[in-house]
Design a protein around this ligand. Structure first.
Ligand SMILES: Nc1ncnc2c1ncn2[C@@H]1O[C@H](COP(=O)(O)OP(=O)(O)OP(=O)(O)O)[C@@H](O)[C@H]1O
Length: 261
């Protein structure tokens, strides 16, 4: 992407991204851009390529082609840890915390590995104290080993750990997976606080279509590794999204596409 075609309003620009697993192509020529401060929900059936796409953006899965820009910087060739330092953080499916360490230790290690210059330049850099204000549910479990936490607590701790890098863009895989509705509500309240307080740009994978459309500004539907729908949530309908999701007109929602009103 030439500097002339880059839009300064876009914090993340993805062009022609391709990735696979062996012979299998999982992400096919995917292009999109995230506006600064936006929240985009990425939806798609099992195996559509959502996790592979997020992992490619984070640099933990190799891309076969394409270009990525974070702000004005071309990050295509940067390894995962450099992308984190530049402001692109992933909260992976399954959360991947260090199970034997306490929550506090998980956060401290992340804090020590962040880019000091970026943190110094930030107007309000994240600290453990500030993360606890945004995610108060962590306060009583700060000294508990991450391996002993419930699903919702692990999700909150993983989000807090990602915040330690002062992300401009937070990628969240399967936000609601394995969590009770009440805990999901709490996680989304925390994400709302992040958006309001820090203006963090969010790209989140969410299987609950009702929740995705209610929370995000835009929705992007991935099918067989391609973006088949990209729209403002306020300007699309469940029917249009469901049709894109299944690749057929008038498809009935299945258990794979939850639809909380
Ligand atoms: N480690 C792997 N080895 C081989 N194939 C894989 C691997 N991980 C994913 N795939 C395949 O790549 C394709 C995309 O998978 P991916 O996990 O990215 O999809 P997804 O949309 O995140 O699905 P899910 O909701 O089930 O996690 C699928 O066909 C899947 O079977």
């Amino acid at each position: 992407m030439s500097p002339a075609t880059r839009n300064p309003d876009h914090i993340l620009q993805v062009q022609g991204l391709r990735a696979g697993h062996g012979q299998l192509v999982a992400v096919r020529d995917v292009s999109f851009a995230l506006k600064r401060g936006a929240c985009v929900a990425l939806i798609g059936a099992n195996g559509a390529g959502k996790t592979t796409l997020l992992r490619c953006l984070a640099g933990v899965h190799p891309a076969l082609g394409g270009r990525l820009h974070l702000g004005a910087q071309d990050i295509t060739a940067l390894p995962a840890h450099r992308r984190v330092q530049q402001g692109l953080a992933l909260v992976p499916e399954g959360r991947r915390l260090w199970a034997d360490m306490t929550v506090r230790e998980n956060l401290t290690v992340a804090l020590e590995h962040r880019d000091a210059a970026r943190a110094a330049a930030a107007t309000a850099p994240w600290s453990i104290e500030r993360a606890l204000q945004a995610l108060p549910g962590l306060v009583p479990i700060l000294d508990r080993p991450a391996g002993a936490l419930s699903g919702g607590q692990r999700q909150a701790a993983a989000i807090a750990r990602a915040l330690m890098s002062n992300p401009e863009v937070l990628l969240l895989d399967e936000v609601s997976l394995g969590l009770s509705p009440l805990v999901v509500d709490e996680v989304y309240r925390s994400l709302q606080a992040l958006r309001a307080q820090a203006g963090t740009t969010l790209l989140l994978v969410e299987q609950d279509l009702g929740r995705a459309l209610a929370f995000a500004d835009r929705v992007m539907c991935l099918r067989e590794g391609q973006i088949v729908l990209e729209a403002a949530c306020a300007e699309t309908t469940r029917e249009a999204v469901t049709e894109a999701y299944f690749g057929m007109a008038h498809a009935a929602p299945s258990a794979a596409l939850e639809t909380t009103p």
